[in-house]
Design a protein around this ligand. Structure first.
Ligand code: FAD
Length: 286
């Protein structure tokens, strides 16, 4: 199928992009890497009047160190994030997730900010952002604001972005002493969206777990932080019994959807499998 007719603009300044987006409201859509948007246009799942290509707006791409954290520009391609030594050293959770996002051809065009703004419930990066406590920097006509990842993802493909706003960067805080991360997903084929995945970020001290976040993707309409199950870990050493208790707790706590890939019971079961496979080795490595 071909997309419905649309106008195309490619502003060279952020304020011009915001100006068009503000003026056209719901009729305008940001075009980043186009890897998700073009498919939705071609399938006529959406029919915006105008695409605002932000590819030439300066300052939106690139990765930089900020204190002991990171700033990843929204237009930074997945491939650049994947190859970044700064990301590997300062946000190993994100580095672990990158090879699981689609295939190299998609990662060459798709952008970090595009994945965050698109907010697919089975996508890797929104879950990583929530697990790490990242902050989204958003610019609109009224200026720039910052939204915590947990508040940014609101529902199925729904975020805190208002019409007229552009996600400009994602700020990833530095990793506090003792915090470790682990990432794992299960998909039918490598590069497919995950049936279920886990982005874990936990505190370890003397072989015992402390506070932490276990954030599942493919488990609900947005990244799902299993708060009650994560609390079970506090003060404990890893053991088979802890793994079994955690799997039971996750089965209770998660309320996943079902689709052609897996029903809800299967996803609940896989949550325990992922938690054991991720947290056991993580505890053993400390
Ligand atoms: C075959 C295939 C397999 C894939 N597999 C995976 C996968 O396993 N995991 C995964 O996470 N993704 C996957 N993707 C999606 C891919 O990661 C996309 O790159 C990503 O979802 C969107 O990024 P983009 O830059 O292409 O955004 P676009 O397609 O250009 O835009 C997507 C949406 O986000 C909005 N948007 C984009 N950037 C901004 C911004 N800066 N500010 C405001 N709004 C913005 C757009 O308006 C649009 O609504 C796959 C894609 C393909 C084609």
């Amino acid at each position: 199928m071909k997309p419905a007719p649309f106008a195309y603009v490619r502003p060279e300044r952020l304020e011009d992009a915001v100006g068009v987006l503000e003026e056209r409201g719901e009729g305008a859509r940001v075009l980043a890497g186009g890897q998700s948007l073009m498919a939705t246009l071609n399938m006529r799942l959406s029919a915006p009047e105008v695409l605002v290509d932000i590819g030439r707006v300066p300052g939106l791409a690139g990765i930089e160190a900020t204190g002991d954290g990171l700033r990843i520009g929204a237009m930074t391609r997945h491939a650049e994030v994947e190859a970044s030594e700064l990301v590997a050293s300062r946000a190993p959770l994100i580095a672990s997730a990158m090879p699981h996002i689609a295939h190299p051809a998609v990662r060459n065009r798709g952008t970090f900010g595009g994945s965050i703004a698109f907010a697919d419930p089975a996508a890797e990066l929104p879950a990583c952002a929530v697990a790490l406590g990242a902050r989204m920097t958003i610019t609109g006509k009224g200026g720039t604001r910052t939204v915590e990842a947990d508040a940014f993802f609101r529902g199925l493909y729904e975020t805190a972005l208002e019409p007229g706003e552009v996600l400009t960067a994602v700020e990833v805080p530095g990793i506090a002493a003792g915090w470790k991360s682990g990432f794992m997903e299960l998909s039918r084929r490598h590069g497919d969206y995950a049936m279920l995945g886990l982005a874990a970020h936990v505190e370890m001290e003397d072989g015992r777990f402390g506070r932490g976040r276990l954030v599942f993707f493919g488990a609900g309409e947005r990244p799902v932080s299993a708060v009650r199950s994560a609390a079970l870990l506090e003060g404990e050493r890893w053991s088979d019994a802890l793994g079994a208790g955690l799997a039971d707790a996750l089965r209770e706590e998660l309320d996943p959807f079902e689709d052609l890939n897996a029903d809800a019971a299967m996803r609940r079961h896989l949550a325990g499998v992922l938690a054991r496979r991720t947290l056991g080795p993580l505890a053993a490595a400390t």
